[in-house]
Design a protein around this ligand. Structure first.
Ligand code: SF4
Length: 406
């Protein structure tokens, strides 16, 4: 029954994709314009390097370091597109947009790993995920916060502020606000954004629930950069089933439309399950993402945490190969240069190791406790504790158990 429904919807979806007008607001840059932008980005890298170091020998070595760092993620391949929104160019959802002070600070912070920078402030973190509420209307199959969902809140709004301030004081390029469903706490969310300093980009990680036009506008005005909206199937009924919520798909389309209309960067996030993974399904998903005019699609591999604890959900090598080949095809092949850019942690982590686990990122849960990442839950002290630094060091030394190369 589900297979028949899927085939029928696939045909419908393909029909739509051949008739819909995708020109106009699509924010993907490619071709010659991309080459020019890349050249200008390289000039920015040189500018940052010269600011960071006095010795010309260091300039050359620092540039080489940045090139090698990029190669560790992508090899000799180049992503054939970039997203252009609000005058900034974005290569991914975990790298701040160029051109901006935040981007320059981010580059200086990477250079600090090559050779310590003494004349500029560098960020301690690249990205921090911060779950600001336990509340959520959905009941997703894969929810990593399942054990805390809809329990009594622990953190007051003043503590949410205090945590953001503390991590911004340490220096952080991006803060991703999640939950539960962060938009359930709209007022607190807006307050956090307005109260934060402008040294970090802010994103929300949302199911799309309540991301109506009014809320999108409020978030944009308060300083939000983008929204990562979860969509686990291109067939509405199957997404709703996965999320145990009849309006889940409706809210995804609403959220993408409203976020796009208010100049927020949009990304769809797919939990690529064993049942979902096939070339056909992935292509249909990307076709929908392109129709919706999102700039990024994030591929997440299921992890045995929260609602997925003790379940047989881990992908096998064949499924991972299929995902990796699809990632390469969509990002590195000219033919697909008008599709959204795929962001795929598993791909980078298998080559580069994990940047989270206290090294360049942490996950702060709804109690304010530090964890290695949203999928590795092992509380290592509260961010507001006076011994935050020691706890961070403990977390960092324990590192990531899954991808411990870095
Ligand atoms: S995964 Fe997100 S949207 Fe789904 S139940 Fe958990 S918190 Fe809610």
């Amino acid at each position: 029954m589900i297979v028949e429904l899927q085939e029928e919807k696939l045909k419908e979806r393909r029909l739509i994709s051949t008739t819909i007008d995708i020109s106009g607001k699509l924010r993907i840059v490619n071709g010659f314009r991309l080459k020019l932008i890349r050249l200008r980005i390289k000039l920015t890298l040189l500018k940052v390097i010269v600011k960071c170091y006095r010795n010309p020998v260091d300039w050359i070595r620092a540039l080489r370091y940045l090139i090698q760092l990029r190669r560790r993620f992508l090899g000799n391949n180049k992503v054939r597109k970039m997203a252009h929104i609000n005058g900034k160019y974005h290569i991914g959802i975990y790298t701040p947009g160029w051109k901006s002070k935040i981007y320059e600070q981010f580059i200086a912070s990477q250079l600090n790993d090559f050779k310590q920078i003494t004349n500029l402030k560098v960020n301690r973190f690249n990205n921090i995920f911060f779950a600001i509420t336990k509340k959520c209307a959905l009941q997703c199959e894969h929810c990593f916060e399942w054990d805390n969902l809809n329990k009594k809140e622990v953190l007051e709004t003043s503590e949410l502020h205090a945590i953001v301030q503390k991590i911004q004081d340490k220096g952080v390029s991006q803060i991703h606000l999640s939950g539960g469903e962060p938009l359930i706490k709209m007022d607190a969310l807006v307050e956090i954004l307005k109260g934060a300093d402008k040294s970090s980009e802010f994103w929300v990680v949302t199911s799309g629930f309540k991301l109506n036009d009014t809320n999108a506008k409020r978030l944009k005005e308060a300083g939000l950069t983008g929204a990562i909206i979860s969509l686990d199937h291109f067939i509405p009924e199957l997404h709703n089933k996965f999320r145990h919520f009849n309006d889940a798909y409706y809210w995804v389309e609403e959220a993408v439309k409203n976020a796009n209309n208010n100049n927020l960067i949009t990304a769809l996030s797919l939990c690529a399950t064993k049942d979902f993974i096939s070339e056909d399904n992935l292509m249909s998903y990307m076709t929908l993402a392109k129709e919706l005019k999102v700039s990024f699609v994030q591929l997440l591999e299921p992890k045995a945490v929260g609602h997925y604890s003790n379940k047989d959900i881990i992908l096998n090598n064949e499924q991972i190969d299929l995902l990796e080949n699809f990632f390469r095809k969509m990002n590195f092949n000219k033919e697909y240069s008008t599709y959204p850019i795929i962001v795929y942690h598993g791909y980078y982590q298998r080559r580069q190791g994990c940047f989270s686990g206290g090294k360049k990122g942490i996950y702060i849960d709804t109690d304010g406790d530090m964890n290695a990442c949203p999928f590795c839950h092992k509380k290592t002290g509260n961010v507001l504790d006076s011994n935050f630094e020691q706890n961070l060091e403990i977390l960092k030394n324990e590192g990531c158990k899954s991808y411990n190369m870095y």
